[in-house]
Design a protein around this ligand. Structure first.
Ligand code: 4AD
Ligand code: MG
Length: 484
């Protein structure tokens, strides 16, 4: 295993006279076979401190390397023992000592401290927002700069990191190339108009008249109206039609004014795009990808997932194991509509062939009926984007959404329209002008191809069992809130 050797420059030199190469992480101290009796050194923050009348203080130290704390015992022979007995939750500490065996309930080892330095104390411990007691997620959002210090948000951060790694690992092993699509773009891929404008012109903000605004764009930085991307798909198609299998993974922006527990204004999207692939291949890729990633998470994040299962979502581990073991259920949009119509469930939004499925419908199908992931295919053409391939029935397109319990839509994708004449029928003339290069892909060696988009935060929700997407990203961006 790779062991971390911190460099001396990482800390304030005035605070540290220990040889920096000998610091261990809490994870190493608990999980590497360091012989008992060895000198060890650790740096981190106090989760808690308890001082006994007998002259001992028990310090629980965490450093983010794992869920657990390591216990260090300080005794009153230490010269700064009085200060140690004042140290409160959240203090940063540096502890030198000996690793010794213990018959403690949770751990077989602890540190007998020979030196405890309080590096940073906590001003006014009474008002420290991250005390040991449990807080609501809503409260923790208001202290998003401190919430990673809680067990729950520490676990989510580690899981999110591992997920990111697993995504790249999966695609690399499957011979996909990571393509970095632009963040600033002139095109609205989804055509939903949920765009954030990018401009260097102050006057734009005051321009009310459409005409005036149009003139301004010509004088704007890019000489045209530009936005933050809602999806890298169109650019990805260009690379798929040259390199075969590609994907993008990066930030994505939507100015949809939906104040829900499933929408962010800034989120991370994973988008594979594959040449010579059909909708069936696309659905198979989505399923293989999800099952592989979730299996990997179960293997590598056991402690954090078990913690979340205890605290947040009781059936989490069974649910995730179920995804790994069970093939996904497939149904067409028409079958889904029939299923909803035949149910005696009362929905807020009416169910009707031709109307888009709402979150409540998606969740009913995956949570109540299937009780697992569902792939819904072949949606009405009118409710889907221009680039989706028209089916032979002329009424539906080769679209797919993957729905999962607790979240609803986690993946949206399709086979792309590769036939220029049909694509042209689905594009307005201005769109045709704007996307001349996209049309070129159909003029020069067109091939069937397909891809999908997966929102990383929705996947984090699903894997952690958390309920609000604002808790699945470190600093959420939502309507009326860009704090931190
Ligand atoms: O279904 P969407 O809009 O599909 C696309 O953007 C396609 N161009 C993707 C493709 O085929 N390459 O978005 C894809 C996924 C959704 O299923 C959802 O997981 C996530 O992106 N997503 C959001 N996540 C958080 N907040 C939002 N506002 C989201 N909008 C979409
Ligand atoms: Mg969608």
């Amino acid at each position: 295993m790779f062991s971390f050797v911190p460099r001396p420059t990482m800390s304030d030199p005035s605070q540290i006279d220990q040889d920096s190469s000998t610091y261990q992480t809490v994870n190493d101290l608990l999980n590497l076979s360091i012989p008992f009796g060895d000198d060890v050194a650790v740096r981190g923050w106090l989760r808690s401190r308890r001082s006994s009348k007998g002259g001992f203080s028990f310090l629980q130290v965490y450093d983010g390397s794992c869920l657990q704390t390591i216990q260090a015992i300080a005794d009153d022979k230490l010269e700064n023992y009085d200060a140690i007995t004042q140290a409160s939750t959240g203090c940063s500490v540096e502890i030198l000592g000996r690793l010794v065996a213990t018959d403690g309930r949770d751990q077989d080892r602890e540190i007998q401290a020979t030196r405890v330095k309080i590096l940073g104390s906590v001003d006014d411990p009474e008002s420290y927002p991250i005390s040991k007691k449990q807080h609501t997620y809503e409260f923790l959002r208001s202290v998003a700069h401190l919430r990673p210090r809680t067990n729950t948000f520490g676990a989510i951060a580690r899981i999110r990191h591992k997920l990111t790694f697993a995504v790249h690992d999966y695609f690399n092993r499957e011979n996909f190339y990571w393509v970095n699509t632009p963040i600033i773009t002139a095109s609205d891929c989804e055509g939903a108009g949920e765009l954030f404008r990018v401009s260097t012109l102050d006057r734009l903000h005051q321009a009310n008249e459409a005409q005036e605004a149009k003139l301004d764009y010509e004088a704007d930085f890019f000489g045209t109206e530009t936005f933050l991307t809602v999806s890298g798909q169109l650019n990805l198609e260009s690379y798929a039609c040259a390199l075969g299998k590609v994907y993008s993974f990066g930030p994505t922006f939507r100015a949809e004014n939906s104040n829900t527990s499933r929408h962010l204004a800034e989120f991370w999207m994973i988008e594979p795009e594959v040449a010579f692939a059909t909708l069936k291949d696309n659905a198979a890729l989505a399923e293989d990808f999800l099952r592989h990633i979730i299996g990997y998470m179960l293997e590598t994040c056991g402690d954090d997932l078990t913690f979340l299962a205890d605290r947040v979502a009781p059936n989490l581990l069974d649910k995730l194991q179920g995804v790994v073991n069970t093939p996904f259920v497939h149904m067409t949009y028409s079958e889904a509509v029939k299923l909803l119509e035949d149910s005696d469930q009362a929905f807020e939004f009416p169910v009707k062939w031709g109307a888009d499925l709402q979150s409540e419908h998606e969740r009913f199908i995956s949570e109540q009926v299937i009780k697992g992931p569902v792939v819904v295919t072949d949606y009405p053409r009118e409710i889907k984007a221009f680039y989706m391939r028209l089916n032979d029935d002329q009424r539906t397109v080769a679209a797919m959404d993957v729905l999962v319990p607790g979240v609803g839509e986690i993946i949206g994708g399709s086979q792309r329209e590769e036939r220029l004449d049909i694509l042209d029928q689905r594009m307005h003339s201005t769109l045709k002008d704007e996307l001349w290069w996209y049309r070129d892909l159909r003029r020069y060696g067109t091939v069937p191809h397909a891809g999908f988009g997966l929102g990383l935060e929705r996947l984090v929700l699903y894997i952690t069992g958390m309920e609000n997407i604002r808790d699945a990203i470190p600093f959420p961006r939502v309507p009326n809130n860009a704090d931190f």
